[in-house]
Design a protein around this ligand. Structure first.
Ligand code: ATR
Length: 274
Protein backbone atom coordinates (compact mmCIF):
# COMPACT_ATOMS: atom_id res chain seq x y z
CA UNK A 1 0.00 0.00 0.00
CA UNK A 2 1.20 3.55 -0.69
CA UNK A 3 2.66 5.26 2.33
CA UNK A 4 2.38 8.84 3.51
CA UNK A 5 4.18 10.67 6.30
CA UNK A 6 4.98 13.98 7.93
CA UNK A 7 8.64 14.82 8.58
CA UNK A 8 9.73 17.26 11.25
CA UNK A 9 11.62 17.82 14.46
CA UNK A 10 9.99 17.68 16.93
CA UNK A 11 7.10 15.69 15.43
CA UNK A 12 5.66 13.55 18.25
CA UNK A 13 2.79 15.96 18.92
CA UNK A 14 1.88 16.53 15.28
CA UNK A 15 -1.87 16.39 14.58
CA UNK A 16 -1.28 15.62 10.91
CA UNK A 17 -1.60 11.79 11.15
CA UNK A 18 -4.92 12.19 12.93
CA UNK A 19 -6.19 14.72 10.40
CA UNK A 20 -5.15 12.66 7.35
CA UNK A 21 -6.68 9.49 8.73
CA UNK A 22 -9.94 11.32 9.51
CA UNK A 23 -10.06 12.60 5.92
CA UNK A 24 -9.35 9.09 4.69
CA UNK A 25 -12.13 7.61 6.81
CA UNK A 26 -14.62 10.14 5.48
CA UNK A 27 -13.73 9.02 1.94
CA UNK A 28 -13.56 5.31 2.69
CA UNK A 29 -9.80 4.98 2.19
CA UNK A 30 -7.41 3.55 4.72
CA UNK A 31 -4.55 6.03 4.83
CA UNK A 32 -1.13 4.88 6.02
CA UNK A 33 0.25 8.21 7.27
CA UNK A 34 2.90 8.37 9.97
CA UNK A 35 4.99 10.95 11.77
CA UNK A 36 8.72 10.58 11.13
CA UNK A 37 11.20 12.44 13.30
CA UNK A 38 14.35 13.57 11.50
CA UNK A 39 17.05 16.07 12.38
CA UNK A 40 18.25 18.46 9.66
CA UNK A 41 21.28 16.19 9.12
CA UNK A 42 19.06 13.10 8.75
CA UNK A 43 16.27 14.61 6.68
CA UNK A 44 17.46 13.89 3.11
CA UNK A 45 18.37 10.27 3.89
CA UNK A 46 15.15 9.70 5.86
CA UNK A 47 13.14 10.93 2.87
CA UNK A 48 15.01 8.61 0.48
CA UNK A 49 14.49 5.65 2.81
CA UNK A 50 10.79 6.50 2.96
CA UNK A 51 10.55 6.58 -0.86
CA UNK A 52 12.36 3.25 -1.12
CA UNK A 53 9.82 1.82 1.30
CA UNK A 54 6.75 2.82 -0.72
CA UNK A 55 6.47 6.45 0.34
CA UNK A 56 4.55 8.42 -2.30
CA UNK A 57 3.49 11.54 -0.45
CA UNK A 58 4.69 13.54 2.52
CA UNK A 59 4.16 16.68 4.48
CA UNK A 60 7.18 18.55 5.71
CA UNK A 61 7.12 20.78 8.74
CA UNK A 62 9.74 22.69 10.62
CA UNK A 63 12.65 22.84 10.35
CA UNK A 64 12.71 21.13 6.93
CA UNK A 65 10.55 23.21 4.57
CA UNK A 66 13.45 24.97 2.88
CA UNK A 67 15.53 21.78 2.72
CA UNK A 68 12.57 19.98 1.12
CA UNK A 69 12.34 22.70 -1.51
CA UNK A 70 16.00 22.20 -2.34
CA UNK A 71 15.50 18.42 -2.69
CA UNK A 72 12.63 18.63 -5.18
CA UNK A 73 13.17 17.98 -8.89
CA UNK A 74 10.11 20.09 -9.72
CA UNK A 75 7.85 22.41 -7.72
CA UNK A 76 4.65 24.38 -8.19
CA UNK A 77 5.06 28.09 -8.80
CA UNK A 78 3.69 28.94 -5.36
CA UNK A 79 6.31 26.69 -3.75
CA UNK A 80 8.93 28.31 -5.93
CA UNK A 81 7.89 31.78 -4.86
CA UNK A 82 7.94 30.68 -1.23
CA UNK A 83 11.27 28.87 -1.53
CA UNK A 84 9.69 26.39 0.87
CA UNK A 85 7.80 23.11 0.43
CA UNK A 86 5.29 21.53 2.84
CA UNK A 87 3.82 18.90 0.49
CA UNK A 88 5.77 16.28 -1.46
CA UNK A 89 4.41 14.04 -4.18
CA UNK A 90 6.45 11.23 -5.69
CA UNK A 91 6.59 11.41 -9.49
CA UNK A 92 8.56 8.55 -10.96
CA UNK A 93 11.88 8.54 -9.16
CA UNK A 94 11.64 12.15 -8.06
CA UNK A 95 9.90 14.46 -5.66
CA UNK A 96 7.52 17.15 -6.79
CA UNK A 97 7.00 19.90 -4.21
CA UNK A 98 4.11 22.19 -3.41
CA UNK A 99 3.35 24.64 -0.64
CA UNK A 100 -0.22 24.49 0.66
CA UNK A 101 0.37 26.63 3.77
CA UNK A 102 -0.58 29.89 2.11
CA UNK A 103 -3.80 28.66 0.54
CA UNK A 104 -4.55 26.93 3.86
CA UNK A 105 -4.22 30.22 5.73
CA UNK A 106 -6.29 32.12 3.16
CA UNK A 107 -9.07 29.49 3.26
CA UNK A 108 -9.12 29.64 7.05
CA UNK A 109 -9.25 33.44 7.12
CA UNK A 110 -11.81 33.89 4.35
CA UNK A 111 -13.88 30.70 4.68
CA UNK A 112 -13.92 29.80 8.35
CA UNK A 113 -13.52 33.31 9.76
CA UNK A 114 -15.35 35.26 7.04
CA UNK A 115 -12.61 37.84 6.49
CA UNK A 116 -12.35 39.78 3.26
CA UNK A 117 -8.65 40.15 2.47
CA UNK A 118 -9.02 42.37 -0.58
CA UNK A 119 -7.54 45.81 -0.11
CA UNK A 120 -6.18 45.04 3.37
CA UNK A 121 -2.90 46.16 4.88
CA UNK A 122 -1.16 43.14 6.34
CA UNK A 123 1.74 42.97 8.79
CA UNK A 124 3.80 39.79 8.66
CA UNK A 125 6.02 39.11 11.67
CA UNK A 126 8.85 36.75 10.71
CA UNK A 127 10.63 35.86 7.49
CA UNK A 128 11.47 32.17 7.91
CA UNK A 129 9.95 29.18 6.16
CA UNK A 130 6.49 29.75 7.63
CA UNK A 131 6.39 33.39 6.56
CA UNK A 132 7.66 32.58 3.07
CA UNK A 133 5.01 29.90 2.73
CA UNK A 134 2.08 32.24 3.34
CA UNK A 135 3.24 35.46 1.66
CA UNK A 136 2.49 34.49 -1.98
CA UNK A 137 -1.05 33.32 -1.20
CA UNK A 138 -1.84 36.54 0.69
CA UNK A 139 -0.77 38.55 -2.34
CA UNK A 140 -2.82 36.32 -4.62
CA UNK A 141 -5.82 36.87 -2.33
CA UNK A 142 -5.73 40.57 -3.21
CA UNK A 143 -4.29 42.28 -0.14
CA UNK A 144 -3.23 45.88 -0.67
CA UNK A 145 0.14 45.84 1.03
CA UNK A 146 2.38 43.43 2.93
CA UNK A 147 4.83 44.81 5.49
CA UNK A 148 7.42 42.26 6.59
CA UNK A 149 9.31 42.67 9.84
CA UNK A 150 11.90 40.25 11.16
CA UNK A 151 14.45 40.07 13.95
CA UNK A 152 17.25 39.82 11.38
CA UNK A 153 16.40 42.46 8.75
CA UNK A 154 18.37 40.76 5.93
CA UNK A 155 15.93 37.88 5.97
CA UNK A 156 12.95 40.26 5.74
CA UNK A 157 14.65 41.90 2.75
CA UNK A 158 15.23 38.50 1.14
CA UNK A 159 11.54 37.60 1.50
CA UNK A 160 10.55 40.95 0.01
CA UNK A 161 12.91 40.43 -2.93
CA UNK A 162 11.56 36.92 -3.51
CA UNK A 163 8.01 38.27 -3.90
CA UNK A 164 9.16 40.65 -6.70
CA UNK A 165 6.46 43.19 -6.01
CA UNK A 166 8.35 46.26 -4.80
CA UNK A 167 6.03 48.92 -3.47
CA UNK A 168 3.41 46.35 -2.53
CA UNK A 169 5.67 44.16 -0.38
CA UNK A 170 8.08 46.09 1.82
CA UNK A 171 10.25 45.41 4.84
CA UNK A 172 10.34 47.41 8.04
CA UNK A 173 12.53 47.44 11.12
CA UNK A 174 11.09 46.00 14.31
CA UNK A 175 12.13 49.15 16.21
CA UNK A 176 10.37 51.39 13.70
CA UNK A 177 6.98 49.61 13.68
CA UNK A 178 5.38 52.64 15.32
CA UNK A 179 5.85 54.51 12.06
CA UNK A 180 3.94 51.91 10.03
CA UNK A 181 0.41 52.92 11.00
CA UNK A 182 -2.27 50.32 11.72
CA UNK A 183 -3.19 47.01 10.09
CA UNK A 184 -6.34 45.03 9.42
CA UNK A 185 -4.41 41.79 9.72
CA UNK A 186 -1.34 40.95 11.81
CA UNK A 187 0.22 37.53 11.32
CA UNK A 188 2.74 35.97 13.67
CA UNK A 189 4.97 33.70 11.58
CA UNK A 190 7.88 33.73 14.04
CA UNK A 191 8.89 30.80 16.17
CA UNK A 192 9.74 33.13 19.05
CA UNK A 193 7.35 31.49 21.51
CA UNK A 194 8.50 27.99 20.65
CA UNK A 195 11.88 28.84 22.14
CA UNK A 196 12.13 30.53 25.48
CA UNK A 197 8.51 31.71 25.52
CA UNK A 198 9.26 35.41 25.80
CA UNK A 199 6.50 37.98 25.35
CA UNK A 200 5.87 40.14 22.31
CA UNK A 201 7.14 43.66 22.19
CA UNK A 202 4.85 45.32 19.67
CA UNK A 203 3.35 48.83 19.71
CA UNK A 204 -0.39 49.19 20.34
CA UNK A 205 -0.49 51.63 17.43
CA UNK A 206 -0.53 48.65 15.03
CA UNK A 207 -4.10 47.82 16.06
CA UNK A 208 -7.36 49.43 14.97
CA UNK A 209 -10.96 48.48 15.76
CA UNK A 210 -11.01 46.01 12.84
CA UNK A 211 -7.70 44.25 13.39
CA UNK A 212 -7.54 40.48 13.19
CA UNK A 213 -4.49 38.75 14.69
CA UNK A 214 -3.54 35.25 13.65
CA UNK A 215 -0.70 33.10 14.91
CA UNK A 216 0.53 30.44 12.50
CA UNK A 217 1.50 28.37 15.54
CA UNK A 218 -1.16 26.56 17.52
CA UNK A 219 -1.44 25.34 21.07
CA UNK A 220 1.02 26.66 23.64
CA UNK A 221 3.29 28.28 21.10
CA UNK A 222 0.51 30.70 20.15
CA UNK A 223 -0.22 31.89 23.70
CA UNK A 224 2.18 34.89 23.96
CA UNK A 225 1.18 36.50 20.66
CA UNK A 226 -2.54 35.92 21.18
CA UNK A 227 -2.26 37.34 24.71
CA UNK A 228 -0.66 40.46 23.23
CA UNK A 229 -3.39 40.66 20.57
CA UNK A 230 -6.17 40.52 23.13
CA UNK A 231 -4.47 43.06 25.40
CA UNK A 232 -3.93 45.35 22.41
CA UNK A 233 -7.66 45.29 21.61
CA UNK A 234 -7.69 43.26 18.40
CA UNK A 235 -11.19 42.49 17.21
CA UNK A 236 -10.39 38.81 16.51
CA UNK A 237 -7.48 36.63 17.40
CA UNK A 238 -6.93 32.99 16.66
CA UNK A 239 -4.22 30.40 16.29
CA UNK A 240 -3.04 28.31 13.36
CA UNK A 241 -5.23 25.25 13.92
CA UNK A 242 -7.60 26.22 11.12
CA UNK A 243 -4.71 26.75 8.74
CA UNK A 244 -3.26 23.39 9.75
CA UNK A 245 -6.51 21.63 8.87
CA UNK A 246 -6.93 23.54 5.60
CA UNK A 247 -3.38 22.91 4.38
CA UNK A 248 -3.88 19.25 5.25
CA UNK A 249 -7.05 19.17 3.14
CA UNK A 250 -5.16 20.68 0.23
CA UNK A 251 -2.39 18.07 0.57
CA UNK A 252 -4.95 15.25 0.82
CA UNK A 253 -6.58 16.45 -2.38
CA UNK A 254 -3.27 16.38 -4.23
CA UNK A 255 -2.47 12.86 -3.11
CA UNK A 256 -5.91 11.25 -3.35
CA UNK A 257 -7.78 13.47 -5.81
CA UNK A 258 -10.65 14.16 -3.42
CA UNK A 259 -11.47 17.33 -1.52
CA UNK A 260 -12.12 16.59 2.17
CA UNK A 261 -14.58 18.49 4.32
CA UNK A 262 -12.70 20.13 7.22
CA UNK A 263 -15.26 21.29 9.78
CA UNK A 264 -15.65 18.01 11.66
CA UNK A 265 -11.96 17.45 12.34
CA UNK A 266 -11.44 21.15 13.10
CA UNK A 267 -14.18 21.05 15.74
CA UNK A 268 -12.84 17.81 17.16
CA UNK A 269 -9.28 19.15 17.50
CA UNK A 270 -10.49 22.50 18.82
CA UNK A 271 -12.59 20.75 21.42
CA UNK A 272 -9.67 18.71 22.62
CA UNK A 273 -7.44 21.63 23.49
CA UNK A 274 -10.25 23.85 24.78
P1 ATR B 1 9.73 28.57 10.53
O1 ATR B 1 9.71 27.42 9.57
O2 ATR B 1 8.86 28.39 11.72
O3 ATR B 1 9.50 29.88 9.84
P2 ATR B 1 12.45 29.41 10.70
O4 ATR B 1 12.63 29.38 9.22
O5 ATR B 1 13.57 28.96 11.59
O6 ATR B 1 11.21 28.56 11.14
O7 ATR B 1 12.05 30.91 11.07
C1 ATR B 1 11.83 31.29 12.40
C2 ATR B 1 11.33 32.72 12.41
O8 ATR B 1 11.08 33.13 13.76
C3 ATR B 1 12.33 33.72 11.85
O9 ATR B 1 11.61 34.80 11.31
C4 ATR B 1 13.08 34.13 13.12
O10 ATR B 1 13.75 35.35 13.04
P3 ATR B 1 15.27 35.38 12.49
O11 ATR B 1 15.17 35.22 10.99
O12 ATR B 1 15.77 36.71 12.89
O13 ATR B 1 15.98 34.24 13.15
C5 ATR B 1 11.93 34.23 14.09
N1 ATR B 1 12.32 34.12 15.48
C6 ATR B 1 12.76 33.03 16.13
N2 ATR B 1 13.00 33.29 17.43
C7 ATR B 1 12.69 34.61 17.61
C8 ATR B 1 12.71 35.49 18.74
N3 ATR B 1 13.09 35.07 19.94
N4 ATR B 1 12.32 36.77 18.54
C9 ATR B 1 11.92 37.20 17.31
N5 ATR B 1 11.88 36.41 16.22
C10 ATR B 1 12.25 35.14 16.36
Amino acid sequence: APRYAVFGQPIAHSQSPRIQSAFGKAHGIEVDYRAIEASPEEFAAALEAFAADGGVGANVTLPHKEAAFALCATTTSRAHRAGAVNTLLRKGERWHGDNTDGIGLVRDLTGRHGLDLRGRRVLLLGAGGAARGVAPALLDAGILELIVVNRSPERADALVDAMSEPGRVISAYWDALREQGDFELIINATSAARGEGNGFNLPLSLVNSMTTAVDLNYGEASIPFLAWARAAGCRNSFDGLGMLVEQAAESFQQWHGMRPETDAIYTELRGRDA
